[in-house]
Design a protein. Structure first.
Length: 640
């Protein structure tokens, strides 16, 4: 009996370098592997750099998800700062009909909501600093506006103040985005206000609280003696900071495990509750003035700190070495080779670089805007995978459908793949896939590494188009725009090389000078457009008889020239005869009211080192001129 295919679940999350996301994902991965379920984690770093263009490029990775390819989904949409992106993802999941769990978000009908009770825990923290420590003036550093967790924590803060008949001071309320810099800005603003410091600073998460403490302590403000500071999330550094941070501990890993388990139970036909609420609890420590009941294991702390520092050093080393090698790449192949040299250090099973079909496109088409010529929203229908790395084995795939997402799906069960955006500002270049590696979750340098690769891709793209622009400028410099053959500059460049080669080998060279008869007559009687037609037609006749290594050019005005090497005198005469014959045939074909005519002077000589190219050209010109004089007339007569 054949084993059923393993279940496949999509995970949507942003900012996996943060402790909250890391802990939740650990729980999801543990459950998936225990149940031999494959995970595809689509992740971005939006809302980090304060650039709307960059955020567009990051969040575009979520447009890649083809929910019809998955059995279920787990959404950490609370980590996505853009509300329109959040609502779009939820609607697409609902439309797909697959079972999906959402963590710590607004209640979404049709989804399985896994929530941690943020409100009660935040209420207990605020209540504690007011009743136990006598705080009257409280400051609040909020999380991202519109984020369900941020809103519930802010609401709990305001409710407790109202219950104690305390009015929030607008000058003590700060908006944030759950990032460390927000805590630093809030503390700096309090210090610069000239007003007395608040009794307590309540932060919506730990990283903002810890940064606020750092700025305060740098300016001689003691925590908790001068001001109380509290956080939320109970991250590693909350416990091991000095003073240890009063915060809220949440069962994040358990929440992730429960979300994954719920989806799998539904897929197995079980009936599950649409709402699952988990409790959080406050941890009172030194930053509010309490003595922590926890015992710090110094040996464990030292070992963990060393591991963190060692990992950081290794990450910086990898980043620096890869950046240096990427800077030397001048083509797509060289770039993929540079990336492949370092994939062993990511300790992954598989890795893929997937590129949009138009990633190299640059120049604007006539009458169109630049943005219409490359991907900003979504991905091209077909993609290429110039780098497929599988435990040291390297291959490539020229084309695959972006609807499949994977160029080559990972084999087996319990695999974990991270999809990461590859873009330059808002411009979508493609994406990366890293399979079965701890690097995405455990490295603090993942985002920097991805940005370095993306910037290198953009540099290669620009270099390719710069080279193309140089080639185009060079072509315009040597090609006659009317006739499409070499101009004088191009002819001299090509003919000079041919001449020097003939002089070195004592080879023969043919030189033919052609002058169109009666161009002024055509222009005066039939217009300059007709004159241009006559010149182009004559150029095509000359080009057709220049075979082998022979080249022709418009020397100026109505004068043309052709040269060839290794040609005998008989062959040179044949070129002249072929030209006259072809000219007569063209006249029959075009059937103009004027004859297309030209005078030609040619000769073949063996080139010696003492000769000059322009002397040969002058000789051919003289032969042509003598032929023109021998003609009965040199102007056009109207055809009967």
């Amino acid at each position: 009996m054949q084993n059923p295919s393993p279940k496949s679940i999509a995970v949507i999350v942003a900012g996996i370098d943060e402790d909250y996301q890391h802990s939740v994902l650990e729980g999801i991965i543990a459950c998936a592997r225990q149940n031999q379920t494959n995970l595809s984690c689509f992740t971005a770093f939006g809302g980090v750099l304060g650039s709307s263009q960059f955020d567009i490029g990051e969040y575009n990775i979520f447009r890649l998800i083809n929910f019809s390819k998955f059995d279920g989904a787990i959404l950490l949409t609370n980590t996505i700062s853009d509300p329109s992106v959040r609502s779009s993802i939820i609607q697409r999941v609902l439309d797909s009909g697959i079972p999906a769990a959402v963590l710590d978000g607004d209640s979404a009908p049709g989804l399985y909501n896994i929530r941690i009770n943020n409100t009660d825990a935040m209420r207990r923290i605020v209540e504690h600093v007011i009743t136990e420590h006598g705080a009257k003036r409280l400051s609040f550093i909020a999380g991202t506006a519109g984020n369900p967790e941020a809103e519930s924590r802010k609401r709990a803060f305001s409710e407790v103040l109202a219950e104690h008949h305390l009015t929030p001071d607008p000058e003590l309320m700060f908006e944030g985005t759950f990032r460390p810099a927000d805590g630093a800005k809030a503390a700096a603003a309090l210090l610069a206000s000239g007003q007395p410091l608040p009794d307590a600073i309540i932060s919506a998460n730990d990283v903002m609280a810890l940064e606020a403490m750092r700025i305060l302590e740098q300016n001689g403000v003691r925590v908790p003696e001068d001001v109380i500071v509290t956080g939320f999330d109970n991250i590693y550094f909350a416990q091991y900071h000095y003073p240890a941070l009063t915060t809220v501990s949440r069962p994040l890993s358990d929440a992730g495990y429960t979300a994954c388990e719920t989806v799998l139970r539904v897929l197995n036909g079980e009936v599950c509750s649409r709402d699952y609420v988990m409790d959080a609890f406050p941890v009172f420590r030194e930053s509010c003035g309490c003595t922590s009941a926890e015992e710090t294991d110094i040996r464990t702390y030292k070992k963990k700190t060393y591991e963190l520092l060692n990992k950081a050093r290794a990450g910086v080393s990898l980043l620096n070495r890869m950046t240096s090698n990427l800077a030397e790449a001048e083509s797509e192949d060289e770039l993929m080779q540079a990336i492949s040299r370092y994939l062993n250090e990511l300790e992954c099973r598989q890795c893929a670089v997937c590129l949009c079909a138009d990633w190299q496109q640059a120049f604007r088409e006539q009458g169109s805007t630049e943005s219409s010529n490359y991907c900003v929203s979504g991905y091209t229908e077909t993609m290429s995978a110039p780098l497929l790395w599988d435990r040291g084995s390297i291959s490539a795939l020229s084309s695959f459908s972006s609807a499949d997402m994977y160029p080559v799906p990972p084999q087996g069960s319990g695999t974990v793949s991270f999809f990461l955006p590859l873009h330059f500002r808002e411009r979508c270049l493609g994406y990366y896939i890293i399979t079965d590696s701890d690097f995405p979750l455990n490295s603090t340098h993942l985002h920097s590494l991805m940005m370095n690769i993306s910037n290198s891709m953009e540099n290669v793209r620009k270099l390719l188009h710069l080279n193309n622009a140089v080639k185009e400028l060079d072509r315009l410099y040597v090609i006659d725009p009317l006739c499409g053959i070499y101009n004088r500059n191009g002819f001299i460049r090509i003919a000079d090389r041919m001449f020097r080669r003939c002089a070195e080998t004592n080879d023969t060279m043919m030189v033919a000078f052609i002058d169109m008869d009666g161009l002024k007559y055509v222009n005066d009687n039939y217009g300059h457009e007709e004159g241009d037609f006559a010149l182009r037609t004559l150029a095509s006749v000359i080009s057709d008889v220049c075979t082998g290594d022979a080249v022709c050019a418009r020397f100026g005005g109505d004068e043309f020239i052709a040269v060839g090497s290794g040609i005998s005198e008989d062959a040179g005469l044949q070129v002249e005869n072929d030209f006259k014959l072809h000219l007569a045939e063209i006249n029959d074909i075009i059937n103009k009211p004027y004859p297309l005519a030209a005078s030609i002077g040619s000769f073949v000589t063996r080139v010696t080192p003492d000769m000059k190219l322009f002397s040969l050209i002058a000789k051919a010109d003289q032969i042509m001129y003598e032929q023109k004089k021998r003609k009965a007339t040199s102007r056009y007569l109207r055809k009967d």
